[in-house]
Write a protein that binds this ligand. Structure first.
Ligand SMILES: *Cc1c(COP(=O)(O)O)cnc(C)c1O
Length: 377
């Protein structure tokens, strides 16, 4: 049996007619950039997330970059973030000449640990602390970071909070949806996310009218009115085609999320029956609503051998992420060393993502667990 990590063709079958219809309408209109479809998506994302404003942008990476720019983060500023995330979280900070200040993760959720943030703050030199501008937690794998203590720290130090919710659309923390607790929420419509476009796209949510206006300006090179530039922005625009597709998919998202959650429950049950709970760490759903962008198990021993075994058996899998960001070659100048972030480093050596997409059949889930069982016996 072949079980792919993700098979978007199964999803496309459900929405094919609607997609073709809207695509054709856009071709006929020849109106491709921003416009009514993007505005419609911005408004439906506000409804879905419970945010006041939304600005469609060119990718999740650009959502982070434009938020940092709107927050006024510039060269030499410090931004606290997690070392265990997709590269662009810290890449965007560095692209502005600012300095990512890494704090370790919680080993149960893999999210930024507020206790580690407190430790880092306690050790920070006074002049560095003065340049602290923002904190950038990531809601990894579809589960919110523990936000209340992070928001308190931000309030006490007057920091902007930018949530990287690229993997967490619809996830909740104490009744609030990902991306609405800080000053900015950054989402990605990369095809493999829970709500994916047919190409690149993203969106930023905010509850501040000031930030909303800044984001809209920065999206079009900082021009307002057109050709009069108050700020230096970029081309961060979203296509009408991508917005229209995402808006169609948004109507199915609750249903797809429920299927992912059911798959996660089935996995947990199957691993229990197979007696594998001791050998593996299963994902801990600590916050209100985990949306399982990934189902990530922890394999304390022989992770790479299990990975090869599964690949051999036709089971799609991936390591998110093999190298924590503080040890990336491009950040060598920041001066981090192996051992600085022990939890992130352990996670990088032990985690493995398994197929969890909504259309996965029971027989496929059973096959995945059966092959893992065979590996351990
Ligand atoms: C996918 C992702 C991004 C980047 O989104 P793109 O749309 O691919 O640019 C940023 N952060 C996290 C945590 C992601 O998973």
């Amino acid at each position: 049996m072949q079980v792919p990590l993700l098979d978007l063709r199964r999803q496309y079958k459900q929405i094919r007619d609607e997609c073709l219809e809207v695509t054709e309408a856009i071709y006929e209109s020849q109106q491709f950039i921003l416009g009514a479809y993007v505005e419609a998506l911005e408004s439906s994302i506000n409804n879905y997330c419970g945010s006041d404003f939304a600005v469609g942008v060119s990718s999740g990476t650009d959502a982070l970059l434009i938020s940092l720019m709107a927050a006024g983060v510039t060269a030499g500023d410090r931004v606290i973030t997690t070392p265990y995330t997709f590269f662009s979280t810290a890449g965007c900070i560095r692209r502005l000449g600012a300095v990512p200040v890494f704090a370790d993760i919680d080993p149960d959720t893999y999210n930024l640990d507020f206790r580690a943030v407190e430790t880092v703050l306690g050790r920070m030199a006074a002049e560095d602390k003065q340049r602290l501008k923002a904190i950038l937690p990531v809601h990894l794998y579809g589960q919110c970071a523990e936000m209340d203590p992070l928001l308190e720290i931000a309030k006490a130090l007057n920091l902007i909070v930018i949530e990287d919710a690229a993997q967490a659309i619809g996830a909740e923390y104490k009744g609030k949806r990902a991306g609405t607790m800080g000053n900015f929420g950054c989402f990605s419509f990369f095809p493999s996310k829970n709500l994916g476009a047919f190409g690149d796209g993203g969106i930023v949510t905010t509850n501040s009218l000031d930030f909303y206006e800044r984001l809209k300006m920065l999206r079009v090179h900082g021009g307002h009115p057109k050709y009069y530039h108050q700020l230096i922005g970029g081309n961060f625009r979203l296509d009408a085609l991508q917005a229209a597709i995402v808006n169609i998919k948004l109507r199915y998202l609750e249903h797809w999320t429920a299927s992912r959650q059911e798959n996660a429950q089935k996995y947990k049950q199957l691993f229990k029956i197979a007696g594998l709970e001791g050998a593996l760490g299963l994902p801990a759903a600590m916050q209100d609503r985990h949306i399982y962008n990934q189902f990530v198990i922890r394999v304390p021993e022989k992770r790479d051998a299990l990975r090869d075994w599964l690949t051999e058996a036709g089971v799609g899998n991936e390591i998110y992420y093999p190298v924590p960001l503080h040890l990336q070659a491009c950040f060598e100048d920041l001066g981090y060393r192996p051992g600085d972030m022990p939890e992130a480093e352990a996670a990088a050596g032990q985690t493995l993502a398994l197929p969890i997409f909504p259309e996965l059949a029971d027989a496929e889930l059973e096959y995945v667990v059966d092959r893992i069982h065979a590996f351990f016996s």
